[in-house]
Design a protein around this ligand. Structure first.
Ligand code: UDP
Length: 315
């Protein structure tokens, strides 16, 4: 039986990865310091013989007993308001946390996959974004704590790969959504859904002409799983290339929820907010035979049901 360590295990993506690796017959070690993650996301796993959880901050020295085949580093605050509130922790987990896990991977002879991000492309001047694009990032802006930590993380990972011959994988994740996103993480999708469910106006930042491309979590997990098991060691974009403006996205959510008491309220655009974002996924198609299969309509429906259930329990 293979063993995998997943950091950020109680988070949105981390918890779905735990589920997937359990399903695939792995022994899963979850790790999280719970500053943005929630035990609720993994509470259904605790009774399993092949699941263990450590409440630990990976920015500090990390050790786990026994053999370790794979490590997936998914710990990090990941929404703009989270990293504005926790700038130092965001920088530390991407840099020191990654360094600790690279050390652990060397010690255990594990393969390490790190969660990078479309944020390494910053406010991109190339569209759609291919893996060759170097990006347009403001290092000292409010998003810089996340973007630069992730860029350092990639550099550090490639250095360990080249210098120490460590087996590494780098996934550049584009906006991903689905059940277990936090209702109040400040991202567009949970914000819009909860506003629409309450009949409030949807808060669109700027004029809403900025674009994003939203990938359903099951597709994202499939791409990550295939990348881990592949033999490709340079960064790979995983995301859904279907692009939409934020204003159209807000309208789509109002229609989906069907609460026409809600309209749109325009608020100032946050600093350095990327104007456009869309992954070029030719590389993933070629080397992983992967492309997304869940369309936004059905992905949003499942996500809406999850948030409805969540909100009803809060009452
Ligand atoms: N956004 C918005 N209203 C909100 C939250 C976000 O209009 O209540 C915008 C935000 O300015 C950005 C887009 O939606 O242009 C996606 O933001 P999100 O925080 O979801 O992700 P990211 O900017 O990291 O892609």
């Amino acid at each position: 039986m293979k063993t995998v360590l997943i950091t950020g295990a109680a988070g949105f993506l981390g918890s779905h990865l735990c589920d997937r690796f359990i399903e695939e017959g792995y022994r899963v070690i979850g790790m999280d310091n719970l500053i943005t993650g929630s035990l609720e996301n993994i509470s259904h796993l605790f009774h399993l013989e092949h699941f263990v959880f450590y409440h630990h901050d990976v920015s500090r020295f990390v050790h786990v007993p026994g053999k370790l085949d794979y490590i997936l580093h998914f710990a990090s605050p990941a929404s703009p308001i989270d990293y504005l509130e926790m700038p130092i922790q965001t920088l530390k987990v991407g840099s020191l946390g990654t360094h600790n896990l690279l050390g652990l991977a060397r010690e255990k002879k594990s393969r390490l996959l790190i969660a990078s991000t479309s944020e390494v492309y910053g406010d991109p001047l190339q569209h759609p974004q291919t893996e060759e694009y170097w990006g347009n990032v403001n290092p000292i802006g409010p998003r810089g704590v996340y973007d630069e930590a992730k860029r350092f993380q990639e550099a550090m990972t490639m250095a360990y790969h080249r210098y120490h011959g460590l087996e590494t994988r780098i996934v550049r994740i584009f906006n991903t959504y689905g059940p277990r996103m936090r209702l109040r993480d400040g991202r567009a999708l949970p914000a819009f859904i909860s506003q629409a469910l309450k009949g409030e106006d949807l808060t669109v930042f700027g004029d809403g002409s900025q674009t994003r491309s939203f990938c359903y979590v099951d597709d994202q997990v499939e791409g990550i799983y295939r990348l881990l098991l592949s033999d490709y060691d340079l960064p790979v974009n995983i995301g859904n290339p279907e692009e939409i403006s934020i204003l159209d996205f807000a309208r789509e959510i109002i229609d989906l929820v069907g609460n026409h008491q809600s309209s749109i309220k325009f608020l100032p655009l946050p600093k350095d907010d990327p104007k456009q974002r869309r992954p070029d996924i030719k590389l993933a198609e070629k080397i992983l035979g992967w492309k997304p299969v869940v369309d936004r309509k059905s992905g949003l429906k499942t996500t809406l049901d999850y948030f409805k259930d969540k909100l009803s329990k809060l009452k």
